[in-house]
Ligand binder design. Sequence first.
Ligand SMILES: [Zn+2]
Length: 201
Amino acid sequence: MDRLNDGHALQRLLDELGRLPGIGPKSAQRIAYYLLEADVEEARRLATAILEVKEQVHFCPICFSYATRDTCDVCSDASRDRTTICVVSEPRDVSAIERTGSYHGLYHVLGGVISPMDKIGPEQLHVKELLSRLASGEVQEVILATNPDVEGETTATYLSRIIRPLGVRVSRLASGLPVGGDLEYADEVTLGRAIEARREV
Ligand SMILES: [Zn+2]
């Protein structure tokens, strides 16, 4: 399809959709034409959902996962086991682990992984905040659930070195997860088993 005039509403929609991850020009066209045909209420629901997620979702000040209230659903749930913290790199990893139903402790989202190539060190991640959560003495175990790839392993090794001297048990997800794979793509059964069979490091 030829490019429409830049001021054309359809072209603006195509450009915006094309910026989304995983959406090429073909998919952008499919979605744009779908929305053109859809009734206005459906389009409004989508537009509202996008705006609401931007207005209402923020980072939990305790664990840095996504929250819609002051703190996230996990941090504000009194029935969660407060002696265990599972450390992940991204908020989407929290959802992946929650879906397994195998874990009932708390989380801490680092906001990335140590990656010297991208100039990301511990000071760019929420490591300081993790250490201050451990300072209360309530936490007895930290499960390192970063991805089983080079950066994830580097991050886990770094964290276990600084956490173990605090007298907190440190464990890593059991093997069985595809090496180099992403936690969020592991199926629930595999991920659930990896949590249950975690090994102390
Ligand atoms: Zn939280």
